[in-house]
Design a protein around this ligand. Structure first.
Ligand code: KG4
Ligand code: ZN
Length: 344
């Protein structure tokens, strides 16, 4: 049996986990920084980096203690090496390097996106490559064909905002606080999705890309008009987002060729209405629909440890001078998509 220690620090979650090649999560801890960033309505990189630096060593100690283990019993040390807020990434990666050096264990530099992309295989042993992955979170919004470890084809991406970002910004417009995705979903339950006419950007277009900036602006205009109830705006926004997501994913399924499953990962996968719509789409294509448990969907270290396991099993590791990377696309061949700030 091999055991990998995983470390995650690329955004506002400091996390550590111990995962076996038998898909057992022996222990995992997550320290969220929501409170520290809430006054600013978004993640402040400098505050995040400092918080990671304060918490990471005790967090790793506590995770080892939870599993009743010492570092000697760990076979490899995996850490997120990007993409993400560089100050935080450096804290986690340098910690992993120090532990690898002190214990003479292999270091595995994990792409955070690969962590998300492979996490469904930690949850579900039956999931075989290739599968179509919808990766939707606050920072990511992509459709990927996952062909194997380190083998990804990006089928679609956002040309402006990520889906979680659109949820968060719309929630802010509605005064729901930060991070607003879950609160917006709750409010939408009380609203009528037919009440507010909102656009479906890029729906029906040939390439399965996304755009949410126009939708977000339309939410702002609807709120400012004073004509609609907040719950109706929330419900209408969520329905518009789902319509775009389903249309784009259907297009991506047609482009990707044969796959074994439709998989969703990333924080937005916590949204029940989105899960339900994707499940229906998968059924229509006679594909299994796989959504990892919520704790694996949002940022966590078990997914980093698992990506480490998959790489370790294939004999892969990285040198101690491996760099932290603020940008690190999973599919370097993918074309840059026309549009404003294209996300990693
Ligand atoms: O994966 P994650 O924890 O962090 C990254 O962004 O990488 O995802 C967090 C994002 C936030 O934008 C949050 O608002 C969104 O996922 N989110 C949701 C829901 N739960 C979390 N969006 C819509 N509905 C939800 N229930
Ligand atoms: Zn993430």
């Amino acid at each position: 049996m091999s055991i990998v220690l995983g470390i995650e620090s690329s955004c506002d979650e400091t996390a550590a986990a111990l995962v076996t090649d038998g898909r057992v999560i022996l222990a995992q801890r997550i320290a969220s920084q929501d409170e520290a960033h809430r006054p600013y309505g978004g993640v402040v990189p400098e505050i995040a980096a400092r918080a990671h630096a304060e918490r990471i060593a005790p967090l790793i100690e506590a995770t080892l203690a939870d599993a009743g283990m010492t570092l000697d019993q760990v076979d490899a040390i995996a850490a997120t090496a990007g993409p993400g807020l560089i100050g935080g990434v450096m804290v986690g990666l340098v910690t992993a390097k120090a532990l690898a050096m002190a214990t003479d264990k292999p270091l595995i530099a994990v792409n955070h996106l690969e962590g998300h992309a492979l996490s469904p295989r930690l949850a579900d042993a039956s999931l075989e490559y290739p599968y179509l992955l919808l990766l939707v979170s606050g920072g990511h919004c992509q459709i990927l064909l996952v062909e194997g470890v380190g083998r990804f084809r990006r089928i679609g991406t956002t040309i402006d905002d990520a889906l979680g970002e659109a949820f968060d910004k719309s929630a802010k417009v509605l005064g729901l606080g930060y991070p607003g995705g879950p609160a917006l979903e709750r409010l939408a339950l009380q609203g009528d999705a037919r009440k507010v006419p909102l656009p479906r950007p890029l729906k029906g277009s040939e390439e399965p890309h996304f755009s949410f900036a126009g939708l977000k602006s339309a939410v702002l205009r609807a709120k400012q008009s004073g004509e609609y109830a907040d719950a109706d705006i929330a419900a209408s926004f969520q329905q518009a987002a789902i319509d775009c997501l389903i249309d784009r994913t259907r297009r991506a399924l047609a482009k990707a060729g044969p796959v074994n499953a439709l998989v969703v990962a990333g924080g937005v996968a916590a949204n029940k209405a989105i899960r339900g719509a994707l499940e229906t789409l998968a059924e229509a294509h006679s594909l299994p629909f796989i959504a990892p448990p919520l704790a694996l969907c949002t940022d966590n270290a078990a997914m980093i440890a698992w990506a480490g396991v998959e790489r370790f099993e294939r004999g892969q590791s990285d040198p101690l001078d491996v760099a932290a990377r603020p940008r690190w696309p999973l599919d370097p061949e993918a074309e840059t998509v026309r549009g404003a700030g294209v996300k990693a």
